[in-house]
Ligand binder design. Structure first.
Ligand code: ZN
Length: 437
């Protein structure tokens, strides 16, 4: 493994004190950050590779805490249809989703994330082994779970077959250094109590994440109120499923009591503000969660829901939507939003000891944002620039585990033209089916 030195960057360490090092230097050895400091470090090392950051901003790789990458081929389809999940997405998936679609969608989606500075993503879908294989090949870190539902699914002839698949999938990937397998019941309303408990038993047995949509839908909230006189979060606690293995996506319909429970049980939170806004789901109390020091990170949700898979777009939306919703301009300053995008995301998936900040001993998952482009100047506050001025085209260099995957805004090991061709082929099939719907 070669050693790499990054110089001439403004480092947002995202450590506990949010230290910023201007004209900073990072030395990388054996996949990890071996030293972080100022220009004095330049004389200390003789690295194999030197990266000149050209006064860019160096940040920890961003974490997309919730998505379904393989839905990329469906992006922009039926965007404005009401009750789209049950009336549109589920039937479409039943007819179209196979291993090939999952593989092609994963490739395209992961490429999009890497080019946008996402170095870790949390995913749940069908044929998740295909996603894992693609992620591994492309070099991105993935927390991946096979979807479990109470109906016949694209890769399940019987309801809940996803649970058996999960056992096989977990065994296959449990010792991988890039892929963390999980178990992923779709939601409380698409899984009965026994299967939710079985899924959590599996998560506890292997000490892996259980990924699930929680309290996203208004009907979900009403259903649990009527049946149990509990909120969805209280119900999950009641059946023993609320604990630190859970990564809960959305949490739109939650009350203060729920927040206390989620904090106490150390549940990871994937906040998908863009997808929630577009789907008219409501606003998750993310600012309250942040101020309670809960484990909250940002997610995009699937590309049918949020349309983009990058976290930079989400950061701007988080600021704007929460300020507007709470009528408070000072709420969630930019540094707190960058925190959610990086170390917050790492905390949400319980990987904060390994990723999420630029500190000695952590994995070298790093992103250089260039500052030469017209939209990036002037800079008075690095965080504000990232949250409100930057876009994905400013991502210059991306590294996962000390391996440079994106250089000068281009993927080093991927032929994007070929991946796009595969996606177009799938799009042709989708169009044929949609015409019959
Ligand atoms: Zn989702």
């Amino acid at each position: 493994m070669s050693t790499i030195l990054i110089k001439n960057v403004n480092i947002l360490t995202m450590n506990k004190d949010k230290d910023i090092i201007e004209k900073g230097v990072v030395f990388i050895k054996d996949e990890k950050i071996a030293d972080v400091g100022n220009e004095a470090l330049l004389d200390r090392y003789s690295p194999d590779i030197i990266i000149d950051g050209e006064d860019g901003i160096l940040i920890p790789g961003m974490v997309n805490t919730h998505t379904h990458v393989s839905m990329t081929p469906f992006r922009s389809l039926g965007d404005d249809i009401p009750d789209r999940l049950k009336k549109y997405i589920f039937p479409l998936e039943k007819m179209l989703v196979d291993k090939e679609l999952v593989k092609v969608g994963a490739k395209y989606g992961i490429v999009e994330m890497l080019l946008a500075g996402v170095t870790t993503f949390v995913d749940m879908y069908y044929f998740e082994d295909e996603v894992a294989k693609v992620a591994k090949k492309l070099g991105i870190r993935g927390v991946l779970g096979e979807t479990i539902v109470n109906f016949v699914a694209p890769d399940a002839k019987e309801p809940y077959e996803g649970l058996e698949y999960s056992k096989w999938f977990i065994e296959k990937w449990k010792d991988d250094h890039l892929i963390i397998p999980g178990v992923a019941p779709h939601a409380p309303y698409t899984n009965d109590t026994i299967h939710l408990q079985k899924a959590m038993d599996l998560a506890k047995k292997y000490d892996i994440p259980m990924i699930m949509h929680v309290a996203e839908m208004d009907y979900e909230y009403r259903q649990y109120k009527e049946e149990y006189n509990l909120t969805p979060v209280q119900y999950l606690d009641h059946i023993g499923v609320l604990n630190k293995n859970l990564i809960a996506a959305h949490l739109v319909h939650v009350n203060d009591e729920d927040l206390e429970l989620l904090k106490k049980k150390e549940v990871g939170i994937a906040h998908n503000v863009g997808a929630n806004a577009k789907g008219a789901k409501g606003v998750c109390p993310a600012a309250k969660m942040y101020h309670k020091d809960m484990r909250i990170g940002l997610g995009t949700d699937g590309p049918m829901s949020g349309n983009t898979l990058d976290i930079i777009t989400q950061m701007g939306l988080v600021g704007k939507i929460h300020k507007l919703f709470n009528k408070d301009r000072s709420l969630l300053p930019a540094s707190e939003i960058v925190e959610m995008a990086t170390i917050g995301g790492a905390k949400a998936i319980h990987l904060e000891k390994e990723i999420g900040s630029i500190e000695v001993g952590k994995k070298a998952d790093l992103v250089i944002m260039e500052t030469q482009s017209i939209n990036m100047q002037p800079i008075y506050d690095y965080y504000a620039t990232l949250v409100y001025s930057a876009n994905t085209s400013n991502v210059d260099t991306v590294m996962v585990d000390g391996k440079i995957l994106v250089e000068n805004k281009k993927l080093k090991y991927v032929d994007v033209m070929e991946i796009t061709k595969d996606l177009k082929n799938i799009q042709g099939k989708i169009l044929e089916i949609v015409k019959k719907l």
